[in-house]
Design a protein around this ligand. Sequence first.
Ligand code: NDP
Ligand SMILES: O=C1O[C@H](COP(=O)(O)O)[C@@H](O)[C@H](O)[C@H]1O
Length: 520
Amino acid sequence: MGVESQVNTRRQVPPHVFVLFGATGDLAHRKLFPALYQLEKKGLLPEGMSIVGTARRSYTDDSFRDEVRKALDSFVKEGVEDDVWSRLAPRIHYIAGNVDNEDDFRKLADFVGEIEKEKDHGGNRLFYLSMAPRFFGETALNLKKAGLADTKGWRRLIIEKPFGHDYQSAAELNQELSTAFSEDEIFRIDHYLGKEMVQNIEVIRFANSMFGPLWDNRSISCVQITSSETVGVEDRASYYETAGALRDMVQNHMLQMVMMVAMEPPSRLHTEAIRDEKVKVLRSLRAYREDEVGQHVVRGQYAAGEIDGKSVPGYREEPGVAPDSKTETFVAAKLFIDNFRWAGVPFYIRTGKRMPKKSTEIVIQFRNMPEHLYFNQDGKLGPNLLVIRINPVEGMYLQLNVKRPGTENVVVPVALEFSQPADKSPEAYERLLHDAMHGDSTFFTRWDEVALAWKFVDPIANAFAEGRVPLDTYKAGTWGPKASDDLVQPNPGLWWPLYGNESPMQDLERAVGHLVEVKR
Ligand SMILES: NC(=O)C1=CN([C@@H]2O[C@H](COP(=O)(O)OP(=O)(O)OC[C@H]3O[C@@H](n4cnc5c(N)ncnc54)[C@H](OP(=O)(O)O)[C@@H]3O)[C@@H](O)[C@H]2O)C=CC1
Ligand SMILES: O=C1O[C@H](COP(=O)(O)O)[C@@H](O)[C@H](O)[C@H]1O
């Protein structure tokens, strides 16, 4: 299905059985059950929809429902409403099983069969693999062998990240999945694509006539995309040590945002038309050879420091991290999209853990006016910016130059701003689950996107592994290694300030002061 109806209409989910592998895990507790709760609350789950949780631990339906209720009490911010719970709880079932064991899949098939006899699910089945990636391929094959994927309705498979470790492993995984599911049945999650403002990028671009004529290298001087986090590796060292910021954030979320900013307008609001345009961006993304990665990519690892007035340990002191770990917790890169629209416009991307603010923002920096007629008090004129704020505030602002009220002709920046706290919008997982239930894969990643993203990232990962790019340390609570400032040209250091929870208005004069300072 395409997205013709997506924007304005409230779609009713078709009946189905939702089988959740890894139902006892962290993601299920923190995100997936809360998302199902929200869908129930909004009346978006149909009568004929049942949830089957499975993992190795043993529970009865009742004891598992108690676990889910505890998770909801912890993770549904506004509190669980009892009448919503009383509708959701009876949908939930549980069967223990090990995905290594084919017999357990046969038991699961019988269990699902029994549930399907109780009410009409239309023969539709949605499988969600919320478990370690090493199980993905095997689980898909076992679903097929046990006949779970043979159903009279539709069947779909949602796959969590990471999708492979490099191009080769991703291609192998894809091969395994495609023996049991076709491409249009596979829904690869990138939760950034479920974020309100990431989805809004296309609307801002293609529903406002003022941006169309300006959206290219004639008017835009650079794009900066930052996703910064204050948290460190938390308890995920065993995964993160094998991934690092490049695989964890750049290969997926950061490149997805680049694609959304840079893609051509699709011919229509149809899933494949949109994804075709996104893929073309990756085809035009300038690939770096291993020996040139160091000129365009900076990596770093956090050392002990302070965040919000609290001391935090360095990455190598975190539990589960090797004391001599070479894993990067920060990556910045200068990218080029070699096509007609973007030739010569640098796309700067930056992501890191233990930075001063939690913030994801996209800054579109327009070309400077000639500094001829109007100036700020330092004799300069700041550029216009369009800033798309993704997290923790959702919204955007347009930075313009206006006259400061008074007798002198001094120009100051102001922000035309609209924003709201991100927690007012549905969580990414709620939207994505809802889309997958509908079979709408617009905001999931297609195999060719994943493959091209890995092909771009692999030489960078190899250059890191071979030590061709220095691993700089940065103090926790800072904006990463100094080398990342030097990437930004022609004004080194000019990463635009991120406002986190604050409004840009409080700080705009300082921002322009910063511009003037670094230009000197
Ligand atoms: N947690 C998060 O915030 C995020 C997670 N992800 C991805 O989501 C997936 C799940 O992550 P997360 O929930 O954190 O992982 P957890 O380790 O918390 O959960 C793993 C789940 O898999 C089950 N499991 C493990 N081994 C088996 C087995 N052999 N057979 C059947 N079930 C098994 C576990 O239950 P049991 O022990 O009972 O078998 C548990 O339910 C991963 O791919 C991860 O990369 C992605 C983004 C964020
Ligand atoms: O996928 C991941 O994303 C989170 C950051 O997501 P956000 O929605 O909080 O911006 C990151 O912490 C994690 O390492 C990564 O696996």
